[in-house]
Design a protein around this ligand. Sequence first.
Ligand SMILES: Cc1cc2nc3c(=O)[nH]c(=O)nc-3n(C[C@H](O)[C@H](O)[C@H](O)COP(=O)(O)OP(=O)(O)OC[C@H]3O[C@@H](n4cnc5c(N)ncnc54)[C@H](O)[C@@H]3O)c2cc1C
Length: 328
Amino acid sequence: MRIAIVGAGVAGLAAARDLHRQGHSVVIYEKSKGFGGRVATRRVGPYTFDTGATSIAPRGKSIEQVMLHELDTSELVLVEKPIYAHQYGRIFPGDMARSQVPRYTYLGGNTKFPKLLAEGLEVRLESTVDRLRATNSGVEVFGESFDAVILTPPIPQSEELLATIGETRRFANVRYRPCLSVLLGFAAEMPEVRYHAIIDTEQRHPLTWLSLESVKCPFRAPAGHTAMVAQLGPAYSRQFFDSPDLAIIEDTVSQIERLYGPNFGTPDAAEVKRWRYSQPETTTTFESVNRPGSRVLVASDGVTGGRVELAYEAGVMAAKLLSESVTV
Ligand SMILES: Cc1cc2nc3c(=O)[nH]c(=O)nc-3n(C[C@H](O)[C@H](O)[C@H](O)COP(=O)(O)OP(=O)(O)OC[C@H]3O[C@@H](n4cnc5c(N)ncnc54)[C@H](O)[C@@H]3O)c2cc1C
């Protein structure tokens, strides 16, 4: 079969990898300049930040086998310190079960994982698919004929593509939350801490998640410096999504000062990354939106759950359903 995949995030790459391995011809169209989608790494000055997924917990069987046993592991780093919680300005151990899950990152940033997955695959970068065309034998993308297509963008964006061929699926209950990620580098040392990240499990505090990137992984900041990524909660992110970067950065720095005091000073690197669709708050199931024999499948974290290992599983499921139920 000749298969088009929209999106070179983890779901798209997982599907492509399995289909390619089975001998199918696969073309991935990706709108941005690089691989990974919401597994994203950004370098600013001497700092390296994971702006989307902080770490990867290869809990599902398929991702575990691929990430830990098939792909190059020379840059893989086990995140040793756990995740703590924070509430009312206090930082404490929180849910210990969360901390027992092995989590990994890569020395140069988490985008290494999608880059490794993409090796040997045909990925057309900077190629935004804005319409599909249904044909008697499959689907056309950019005027090229395919036997089937797998859509992996977040559900609202996949829905728009389905609408171009007059299709709707049962996505009514899938909703994503927005997230402002604020990248901060400080020319000051982080005091010794027992955790690599803190979470507000209630998701009410503006600072829902703070990853200490330079505690999480070596070489994310020069000696004596600190790199952090603050993820702002859904209510805050919705309200201030279009606010100027400077206002969001100043507000985030003041939230950090409330936790750690004024010792960090002014950041010497600061950027805002806006995620309109960060993680699904509610999902549907893969089976309820994908029927055997369909030549247009939907496989994003919106059908499994907002985590890297679940997005991977969505891709694996799409590849399996397609290869088992569609013949040409
Ligand atoms: C801030 C943040 C923090 C997170 N933290 C964690 C974490 O710590 N651990 C964890 O496991 N998960 C985390 N996640 C969730 C995880 O990153 C996602 O669930 C997962 O990466 C989703 O993968 P995907 O392939 O389904 O979608 P995506 O990664 O969104 O991939 C879809 C791809 O499709 C492309 N695309 C979209 N439209 C088109 C088009 N029309 N044409 C061509 N290409 C298109 C996009 O550019 C993108 O590359 C986090 C996410 C965010 C945003």
